[in-house]
Design a protein. Sequence first.
Length: 202
Amino acid sequence: MNFDWRDISRKDTEEFNQWSNSEDFKIKSKENTIDKYLHTNNYGGLGELIKMFLNVKGKDMFLKVATDNGRMIGIIVAMKLDNQPRDTIECMMFAVNPTLQGKGYGTAMLFDVVKSPEKIFGISNCKFISYVNKENIASETAFKKAGFKKNENWLENFGLEVKNNQFVYDKTDENLNGENNERKIWCYSYRFWTRRLWSLSC
Protein backbone atom coordinates (compact mmCIF):
# COMPACT_ATOMS: atom_id res chain seq x y z
CA MET A 1 0.00 0.00 0.00
CA ASN A 2 1.39 3.40 -0.99
CA PHE A 3 0.30 6.38 1.06
CA ASP A 4 0.43 10.08 0.35
CA TRP A 5 2.84 11.77 2.77
CA ARG A 6 2.91 15.41 3.78
CA ASP A 7 4.23 17.62 6.55
CA ILE A 8 2.15 17.76 9.73
CA SER A 9 0.38 21.09 10.22
CA ARG A 10 -0.80 22.73 13.42
CA LYS A 11 -4.38 22.13 12.32
CA ASP A 12 -3.66 18.38 12.24
CA THR A 13 -2.83 18.42 15.96
CA GLU A 14 -6.50 18.94 16.81
CA GLU A 15 -7.32 15.52 15.38
CA PHE A 16 -4.26 13.97 17.05
CA ASN A 17 -5.62 15.11 20.42
CA GLN A 18 -8.85 13.29 19.60
CA TRP A 19 -6.80 10.17 18.84
CA SER A 20 -5.15 10.13 22.25
CA ASN A 21 -8.43 10.78 24.03
CA SER A 22 -10.16 7.94 22.18
CA GLU A 23 -11.03 4.75 24.06
CA ASP A 24 -9.58 2.86 21.08
CA PHE A 25 -6.13 4.40 21.55
CA LYS A 26 -4.11 1.37 22.60
CA ILE A 27 -1.08 2.04 24.79
CA LYS A 28 0.85 -1.09 25.72
CA SER A 29 3.05 0.32 28.48
CA LYS A 30 1.69 2.77 31.03
CA GLU A 31 5.16 3.34 32.50
CA ASN A 32 6.59 4.80 29.31
CA THR A 33 7.28 8.56 29.61
CA ILE A 34 5.53 9.47 26.36
CA ASP A 35 2.56 7.26 27.22
CA LYS A 36 2.13 9.06 30.53
CA TYR A 37 2.32 12.36 28.67
CA LEU A 38 -0.39 11.34 26.21
CA HIS A 39 -2.77 10.41 29.01
CA THR A 40 -2.16 13.40 31.27
CA ASN A 41 -4.98 15.91 31.14
CA ASN A 42 -2.60 18.78 31.97
CA TYR A 43 -1.03 18.42 28.52
CA GLY A 44 -3.98 17.55 26.34
CA GLY A 45 -2.68 14.56 24.43
CA LEU A 46 -0.76 13.60 21.32
CA GLY A 47 -1.54 16.82 19.47
CA GLU A 48 0.07 18.94 22.19
CA LEU A 49 3.19 16.80 22.06
CA ILE A 50 3.37 17.23 18.29
CA LYS A 51 3.05 20.99 18.75
CA MET A 52 6.13 20.90 20.94
CA PHE A 53 8.04 19.16 18.14
CA LEU A 54 6.75 21.74 15.64
CA ASN A 55 8.07 24.53 17.88
CA VAL A 56 11.62 23.13 17.90
CA LYS A 57 11.67 21.55 14.43
CA GLY A 58 14.94 22.01 12.55
CA LYS A 59 16.01 21.01 9.07
CA ASP A 60 16.97 17.51 10.24
CA MET A 61 13.63 16.74 11.94
CA PHE A 62 10.71 15.31 10.01
CA LEU A 63 7.07 15.40 11.15
CA LYS A 64 5.04 13.50 8.57
CA VAL A 65 1.49 12.25 8.27
CA ALA A 66 0.42 9.41 5.97
CA THR A 67 -2.92 9.87 4.26
CA ASP A 68 -5.14 7.77 2.02
CA ASN A 69 -7.84 9.60 0.02
CA GLY A 70 -7.48 12.51 2.41
CA ARG A 71 -7.90 10.43 5.56
CA MET A 72 -5.08 10.60 8.10
CA ILE A 73 -3.76 7.07 8.61
CA GLY A 74 -0.85 7.67 10.96
CA ILE A 75 2.14 9.83 11.80
CA ILE A 76 5.87 9.51 12.13
CA VAL A 77 8.33 11.83 13.85
CA ALA A 78 11.89 11.21 12.72
CA MET A 79 15.31 12.84 12.85
CA LYS A 80 18.45 12.56 10.76
CA LEU A 81 21.31 11.74 13.11
CA ASP A 82 24.60 13.63 13.08
CA ASN A 83 28.09 12.16 12.90
CA GLN A 84 27.08 8.86 11.30
CA PRO A 85 29.18 7.06 8.67
CA ARG A 86 26.14 7.07 6.40
CA ASP A 87 22.75 8.80 6.41
CA THR A 88 20.79 7.45 9.38
CA ILE A 89 17.23 8.32 10.36
CA GLU A 90 15.86 7.64 13.83
CA CYS A 91 12.11 7.00 13.99
CA MET A 92 11.34 8.77 17.26
CA MET A 93 7.56 8.44 17.30
CA PHE A 94 5.14 6.31 15.37
CA ALA A 95 1.36 6.32 15.81
CA VAL A 96 -1.63 4.97 13.88
CA ASN A 97 -5.16 6.35 13.82
CA PRO A 98 -6.85 4.39 16.65
CA THR A 99 -9.81 3.44 14.45
CA LEU A 100 -7.35 1.66 12.12
CA GLN A 101 -5.14 -0.10 14.65
CA GLY A 102 -4.78 -3.85 14.37
CA LYS A 103 -5.54 -3.84 10.64
CA GLY A 104 -2.01 -3.77 9.23
CA TYR A 105 -1.80 -0.04 8.58
CA GLY A 106 1.19 0.43 10.89
CA THR A 107 3.20 -2.22 9.09
CA ALA A 108 2.16 -0.78 5.71
CA MET A 109 3.34 2.68 6.80
CA LEU A 110 6.73 1.29 7.83
CA PHE A 111 7.06 -0.50 4.49
CA ASP A 112 6.39 2.81 2.76
CA VAL A 113 9.02 4.55 4.89
CA VAL A 114 11.83 2.07 4.21
CA LYS A 115 10.95 1.64 0.51
CA SER A 116 10.66 5.34 -0.33
CA PRO A 117 12.76 7.46 2.05
CA GLU A 118 13.58 9.85 -0.78
CA LYS A 119 9.86 10.52 -1.30
CA ILE A 120 9.12 11.04 2.39
CA PHE A 121 12.34 12.51 3.80
CA GLY A 122 14.28 13.58 0.73
CA ILE A 123 17.07 11.13 1.62
CA SER A 124 17.91 7.98 -0.32
CA ASN A 125 19.84 4.84 0.61
CA CYS A 126 19.65 5.51 4.33
CA LYS A 127 19.69 3.39 7.47
CA PHE A 128 16.82 3.47 9.99
CA ILE A 129 16.83 2.89 13.73
CA SER A 130 14.02 2.98 16.26
CA TYR A 131 13.49 2.19 19.93
CA VAL A 132 10.41 0.24 20.99
CA ASN A 133 9.22 -0.47 24.51
CA LYS A 134 9.74 -4.16 25.28
CA GLU A 135 6.12 -4.47 26.42
CA ASN A 136 4.75 -3.04 23.17
CA ILE A 137 4.42 -6.33 21.32
CA ALA A 138 2.25 -4.88 18.54
CA SER A 139 4.85 -2.27 17.58
CA GLU A 140 7.71 -4.79 17.75
CA THR A 141 5.77 -7.09 15.43
CA ALA A 142 5.13 -4.28 12.94
CA PHE A 143 8.82 -3.30 12.82
CA LYS A 144 9.89 -6.92 12.34
CA LYS A 145 7.39 -7.46 9.52
CA ALA A 146 8.71 -4.35 7.78
CA GLY A 147 12.22 -5.82 7.81
CA PHE A 148 13.69 -4.18 10.92
CA LYS A 149 16.11 -6.36 12.86
CA LYS A 150 16.40 -6.28 16.65
CA ASN A 151 19.88 -5.32 17.85
CA GLU A 152 20.33 -7.50 20.91
CA ASN A 153 23.61 -5.91 22.00
CA TRP A 154 23.06 -2.21 21.58
CA LEU A 155 23.59 -1.38 25.27
CA GLU A 156 25.66 -4.32 26.49
CA ASN A 157 28.72 -2.14 26.99
CA PHE A 158 26.86 0.13 29.38
CA GLY A 159 25.65 -2.62 31.70
CA LEU A 160 22.23 -0.99 31.97
CA GLU A 161 18.77 -2.49 32.15
CA VAL A 162 16.62 -0.68 29.63
CA LYS A 163 12.93 -0.82 28.79
CA ASN A 164 13.37 -0.37 25.04
CA ASN A 165 14.67 -2.59 22.27
CA GLN A 166 16.60 -1.11 19.39
CA PHE A 167 15.45 -2.04 15.89
CA VAL A 168 17.58 -1.41 12.80
CA TYR A 169 16.70 -1.41 9.12
CA ASP A 170 19.59 -1.41 6.67
CA LYS A 171 18.91 -2.57 3.12
CA THR A 172 22.63 -3.26 2.64
CA ASP A 173 22.79 -5.62 5.64
CA GLU A 174 23.30 -9.16 4.31
CA ASN A 175 21.83 -10.61 7.53
CA LEU A 176 18.58 -8.66 7.29
CA ASN A 177 15.57 -10.94 7.36
CA GLY A 178 12.18 -9.35 6.75
CA GLU A 179 9.13 -11.38 7.70
CA ASN A 180 6.60 -10.09 5.17
CA ASN A 181 6.01 -11.26 1.62
CA GLU A 182 6.03 -7.67 0.38
CA ARG A 183 9.80 -7.71 0.79
CA LYS A 184 9.97 -9.93 -2.28
CA ILE A 185 10.18 -6.72 -4.30
CA TRP A 186 13.83 -6.61 -3.21
CA CYS A 187 14.42 -10.35 -3.71
CA TYR A 188 16.67 -10.32 -6.77
CA SER A 189 18.82 -7.33 -5.82
CA TYR A 190 19.08 -8.65 -2.26
CA ARG A 191 20.33 -12.06 -3.44
CA PHE A 192 22.85 -10.46 -5.78
CA TRP A 193 24.37 -8.20 -3.12
CA THR A 194 24.30 -10.90 -0.46
CA ARG A 195 26.31 -13.21 -2.67
CA ARG A 196 28.63 -10.39 -3.65
CA LEU A 197 29.28 -9.37 -0.03
CA TRP A 198 29.77 -13.02 0.98
CA SER A 199 32.33 -13.57 -1.77
CA LEU A 200 34.24 -10.43 -0.72
CA SER A 201 34.34 -11.52 2.90
CA CYS A 202 35.87 -14.94 2.13
